[in-house]
Design a protein around this ligand. Structure first.
Ligand code: ACM
Ligand code: ZN
Length: 757
């Protein structure tokens, strides 16, 4: 490989800028994440075995990457013409920014920092045929469209997380994940290394972490909310050796990706306590957890536990050069601390008010230790409770309020709210999706994520470093499943983080994504494809219901039937809203040249006395779970049996709600039916009671709802009275009880269609 500091091409630049550039509109240049500025110009650069690479020594990493990527053999040689030239340009201010200029004669990559040059290469790569991704290209010369790109990211923290505690993956897979991040110009890999169900990082000073904490005796089968719990009876586990970890860190470093290790504390530490029971409050033996959830055995606040953690962190810091060390901090029940003499003594000694302040003491003490070694802590938003450690960065996952609070206090934040960043949630409401933890986070929602919370001023917004997609792996035993959940949502996230909001356009993104599939195929990535799915929506105009069908992919047609027949090339073409005047089953599919592309979309519509009638709820549903609004509760369509985040369920957090339905005229009401979601693992609880009345002046009639472990709780109220109005009162369940996920937080209420007959 030739290396040469570059001089004397300004003449060429004048020539290039004299060309008349055309703005690029659509996906003929399919770069994801979309660059800041792209101008297409005339002609093509021809990449062939005669193409040379010339680079400033500073850009060796990017140049080497490119050389390996385009390798036509070994004929890369220094050329003045037909060369790819990397040059230093100190007028470019941001380290990660770059310019990529492609002309018929030459490709010029300009950057001020090696990172920028690397990202230029990641863009150039996407202008080449997908066959380059796996080296299956022939040695025939390739034409690359002339274009001028100026690019820079929106956010400095562009992350992906991976939990290897619940399930772990091969070293090759970790590298493949890092490669995909680099392809998408992401720069932070948050490696979640310790969990209740397994400790995955070799710590030489504590061999029992390898012998005991790394293995569980068996694993839960099916979903956590399937009762009774069943187990597979098979031991599971393993860990990454320090040598392997060094290999990953170095691999990521070569791709300008920082690896932030997460060592969870004080909670999610049952595996460590299984290995060293003296780290817990009681000193009693526990097992490495075999099911998912939140566990009460957490690190004690006695000196011995801090000594252990400092030793662990010493070895961690020696492996990970990152400025940040993630110390977890989430979901730490205080049960053990409340009955522990050591912990209570600590509270006394330190003059603390309660166990929340004890958590702050814990986190601050760890922060001081890491700060003394020149590192910073990052933690989940629970580290705000009881007071924030002085220099901490907050990772906001329980919505965005933690981020708002922290940013207003002048702390840096990274956004990972469940509503937009939890890629362990379902991405489609198809019933045949692989088992997932719950929730609903379709691609479009990820794409529309705005990392900066509205509540922040421009000044406070500076504290928002960026965001990250989280991959919690309870329900992802295989690498294929991780890919299925990560892709394509990671592509949407890359555009959220890199692309200027003004350049973002979901339709355009979908077009580029469709083209990107061949690249993902070449990379052997098991992405989910929901582009040819139908999306349906009931609308009401002037009291009349209409059904709307759409599909994300462009240039396709939709055909449908209302009689339950499988749609084929002779079925009605969807070209305008479908009036709905009676109960029916809508079936639809996307067609190209008379061939169905996707799976048949099926939506039963059941009209009842309240469909399309006026409905008022005294509270707004939560922003992230606002479904089709109040009207969605009387639109003839029931929500999914498994996805409470769909367009039909409404979610309210911790609020009592009152609903008024106006049937338009007095009529006989025999019954009222509805149902509540009861996914306790996701903090969702059916109410304990529901009340109704038919007249504003009357008292409510109360009906208690029996407690249940079922995910769906159906309610039927027998009424048999004439009325025009129905008033419903639905009190929130209240605070989540001890021992349950999210204990101490307010429960969510999720309600579905209200069917009046
Ligand atoms: C988390 O999802 N427990 C941070
Ligand atoms: Zn204790």
């Amino acid at each position: 490989m030739l290396s040469k500091t570059f001089v004397g091409f300004s003449f060429l630049f004048l020539v290039l800028f004299a060309e008349e550039p055309q703005p690029l509109s659509t996906n003929d240049i399919g770069i994801i994440p979309k660059p800041y500025l792209m101008l297409k110009s005339d002609g093509y650069f021809t990449l062939s075995e005669d193409t040379g690479i010339l680079y400033d020594a500073k850009f060796k990493v990017a140049a080497d990457f490119l050389k390996t990527y385009i390798d036509f053999g070994s004929n890369i040689a220094l050329k003045q013409n037909n060369a790819i030239v990397f040059q230093l340009d100190t007028t470019i201010i941001q380290d990660e920014a770059y310019k990529l200029l492609i002309t018929p004669k030459k490709i010029t990559i300009s950057a001020t920092h090696p990172k920028g040059a690397f990202y230029a290469v990641q863009s150039l790569r996407k202008l080449l045929p997908a066959s380059f991704e796996n080296g299956s290209h022939s040695n025939t010369p390739v034409k690359i469209k002339a274009v001028s790109i100026e690019d820079q990211p929106q956010f400095t923290y562009r992350g992906m997380h991976l939990d290897v505690g619940r399930h772990m993956y091969s070293l090759d897979f970790i590298k493949k994940y890092i490669d995909a991040m680099a392809l998408l110009k992401m720069n932070t890999f948050h490696w979640h290394l310790t969990e209740d169900q397994g400790w995955r990082i070799e710590i030489k000073k504590y061999p029992k972490l390898q012998e005991i904490a790394a293995y569980r005796s068996e694993t839960l089968i099916g979903h956590y909310s399937d009762q009774p719990h069943q187990f597979d009876g098979k031991p599971y586990g393993g860990y990454y050796t320090q040598e392997q970890i060094k290999e990953v860190v170095a691999y990521a470093f070569e791709r300008y990706i920082t690896v932030i290790p997460e060592i969870e504390m004080p909670g999610h530490s049952q595996a460590a306590i299984a290995a060293y029971p003296e780290l817990g409050c009681s000193g009693e033996a526990v097992n490495v957890a075999t099911k998912w959830g939140v566990f009460e055995d957490i690190y004690c606040t006695k000196e011995q536990a801090f000594n252990f953690l400092e030793d662990v962190l010493d070895e961690v810091m020696a492996l990970f050069p990152s400025k940040y060390i993630h110390i977890g901090g989430d979901e730490a029940p205080k049960t053990r601390w409340k009955s522990c003499t050591d912990c209570q003594q600590r509270i006394q000694e330190q003059g603390l008010k309660d166990e929340h302040e004890l958590q702050t003491y814990f986190i601050t003490r760890i922060e001081n230790y890491l700060n003394s070694k020149g590192r910073q802590i990052i933690g989940w938003d629970e580290i705000l409770e009881g007071g924030l450690a002085p220099n901490a960065t907050v990772m906001s996952w329980r919505g965005t309020s933690g981020a708002v609070e922290a940013a207003k206090l002048g702390h840096n934040v990274v956004m990972t709210p469940t509503s937009h960043c939890y890629f362990d949630y379902y991405q489609s409401d198809n019933d045949d999706e692989p088992l997932a933890i719950g929730g609903y986070l379709p691609l479009e929602n990820v794409y529309h994520f705005q990392p900066i919370p509205e509540e922040l001023t421009q000044e406070e917004a500076q504290f928002v470093l960026g965001a990250q997609g989280n991959i919690w792996t309870e329900y992802m035993p295989t690498e294929d499943q991780v890919e299925y959940m990560a892709f394509p949502r990671i592509l949407a996230m890359s555009e959220v983080l890199w692309t200027h909001p003004k350049q973002k356009d979901y339709g355009d993104f979908i077009g580029r994504l469709e083209n990107f599939h061949s690249r993902l195929d070449a990379l052997d990535i098991n992405y989910a494809n929901h582009l040819y799915e139908i999306d349906g929506q009931m609308n009401k105009t002037n009291g009349q219901l209409y059904y709307q069908l759409s599909t994300p992919a462009k240039g396709k047609v939709i055909r449908y039937s209302l009689d339950g027949k499988e749609p084929d090339e002779t079925s009605k073409l969807y070209d305008s809203l479908i009036p709905i005047t009676q109960s029916c089953t809508i079936k639809a599919n996307v067609f190209v040249e008379n061939e169905p592309l996707g799976k048949t979309y099926t939506q039963p519509v059941k009209l009842h006395k309240a469909t399309g009638k006026e409905i008022v709820i005294d509270k707004q549903p939560h922003k992230a779970y606002s479904g089709s609004g109040a009207e969605g509760l009387v639109n003839g369509i029931s929500g999914s049996d498994t996805r409470y985040g769909d367009k039909e369920w409404l979610g309210f957090w911790g609020e009592d709600i009152e609903i008024t339905i106006d049937l338009g005229k007095t009529q006989m009401i025999t019954s009222l039916q509805t149902r509540f979601y009861n996914g306790n693992g996701q903090w969702i609880y059916a109410p304990k009671e529901i009340a109704y009345k038919l007249n504003a002046e009357e008292d409510y009639v109360l009906q208690t709802i029996p407690q249940s472990n079922n995910k769906l709780v159906d309610i039927t109220l027998k009424i048999n009275q004439p009325s025009r109005y129905v008033y419903l009162k639905i009190p929130n369940y209240g605070i989540i009880p001890k021992g349950k996920q999210g204990a101490g937080n307010a429960a969510w209420t999720f309600i579905d269609e209200i069917i009046i007959n």
